[in-house]
Design a protein around this ligand. Structure first.
Ligand code: ZN
Length: 423
């Protein structure tokens, strides 16, 4: 469907450059940042919090007063259309997420949602007609900060949200009440899924959350792929013993083995280049006392890359290293893979459309991959996806210091609107 729509672009291509109202975009973004604003800077607008509900209401109110049609679906996603009823044409879905991590920034997710809303407003004001029906979406709970089911909203739209009834927050409370308060309905959540073929394409504009665009001096990034990721749990069993009376050659120290695992994890990406990044984000030591040789350690490890074969190589290398380290340290090391997500590629025709549009707007582009996960990777299972990045100052994100210059924010929104107009 997309192939034909791009390739058979009408014999009289309009090549329209649609400019959004940049100041209004910045105002809406600043207004949104008030919801969940932390006293010490940054934003804590976790999905299904009161601040998240208020932010959804705020955007719906803006949409309504602009003559657009907002509604909340069964999963809590905010959907804005240009008419009261669906047109029946394939939809060009545009958006991102409204929720943030705890003490995150103002731009992650929110920027893509506000730019999509601004795109609809510009289309209405400038009477832009499009082949696809443009629709804005704010996916709920992309981050999974309170309810650790990330990509909740996009998975519901893609029809791949399993076990929704079992979803609980970190304290074990059901999602049912908070979802209802947000306007959703757990009992009919399957109705949030879109029928096959109804989404003609999905475009997501997002801050890069990394340093590459800024470092290389490009205002616009065109994303070719979103990384795949493997998560491992390592457990090291040694012998807990007295730190004063146990000679060094009689020890089976779980933490010494864990330290070697940390270095092996760094090694698979940094020296051996088997995958692009690899991290130990969590290390537990038992019993964790100054005068006790550690008996047990637990490590959470993740690796990322856009190439499935490289992920497999890195995974094999780490599993092999676990055995070697166990033998060398006299400990027992077990490894379990707890999560695998595949890399997702964006649609080459959508990427080409983004590039051509940016070029017409005199905005140089570079192609890059996304090291972070996005709703786009979920929607990629049911529709062609395209992603646009703008620079993140100092590469910072998931931090109160997250920042993107106004000029980049406005340029990215122009690229989104113009690409949408010309598809
Ligand atoms: Zn995001």
């Amino acid at each position: 469907m997309l192939n034909t729509s791009v390739r058979s672009a009408s014999p009289h291509p309009r090549e329209a450059a649609v400019r959004v109202d940049g100041l209004r975009l910045l105002e809406t973004l600043a207004g949104l940042a008030e919801f969940g604003a932390d006293a010490q800077g940054g934003v804590s607008r976790e999905a299904f919090s009161l601040a998240d509900d208020a932010a959804r209401d705020y955007l719906a109110g803006i949409a309504r007063s602009a003559g657009l049609y907002p509604r909340v679906d069964e999963a809590g996603n905010l959907i804005v259309r240009m008419a009261a009823e669906p047109s029946g044409r394939p939809v060009l879905l545009m958006g991102s997420h409204l929720d943030s991590v705890t003490n995150g920034g103002k731009y992650d997710g929110a920027y893509g949602v506000v730019a999509a809303l601004e795109t609809l407003r510009s289309f209405a004001e400038q009477d832009v007609r499009t082949r696809f029906e443009p629709v804005m979406i704010a996916f709920t709970n992309e981050e999974g900060a309170l309810f650790p089911q990330p990509f909740w909203g996009s998975m519901a739209v893609a029809g791949v949200l399993a076990d929704a009834e079992q979803a609980v927050d970190r304290a074990g409370n059901s999602i049912r009440g908070p979802l209802a308060r947000a306007g959703g309905d757990l009992d009919s959540i399957h109705r949030a899924a879109w029928p096959a073929g109804s989404i003609g394409a999905y475009l997501e504009l997002h801050i890069e959350q990394g340093p590459i665009l800024e470092r290389r001096g490009f205002p616009i990034g065109v994303v070719d792929a979103i990384v795949g990721r493997t998560i491992f749990e390592f457990t090291v069993d040694g012998q807990q013993n007295h730190a004063g009376t146990t000679p060094m050659d009689c020890r089976s120290d779980a933490l010494v083995a864990a330290a070697q695992i940390v270095l092996a994890v760094e090694d698979v990406s940094k020296q051996r280049r088997l995958c692009s990044v690899s991290t130990v984000g969590l290390l537990d030591v038992e019993p964790g006392l100054t005068n006790v040789v550690p008996g047990r350690c637990h490590l959470s490890v993740e690796i990322r890359d856009t190439r499935p074969e490289q992920l497999a190589k890195a995974e094999a290398a780490l599993t092999g290293a676990a055995g070697e380290i166990g033998r060398a340290t006299g400990t027992e090391v077990s490894v379990e893979v707890t999560m695998r997500s595949s890399p997702v590629h964006t649609d080459p025709l959508l990427s080409a459309a983004i590039e051509a549009t940016a070029e017409r707007l005199d905005l140089p582009t570079m192609t890059l991959s996304s090291g972070a996960g996005h709703d786009a990777q979920i929607i990629g299972a049911v529709a062609p996806i395209g992603m646009i990045f703008v620079p993140s100052a100092n590469g910072l994100s998931h931090s109160p210091e997250e920042h993107t210059d106004d000029v980049h924010l406005m340029a990215g929104a122009d690229v989104l609107a113009s690409t949408a107009a010309n598809l």
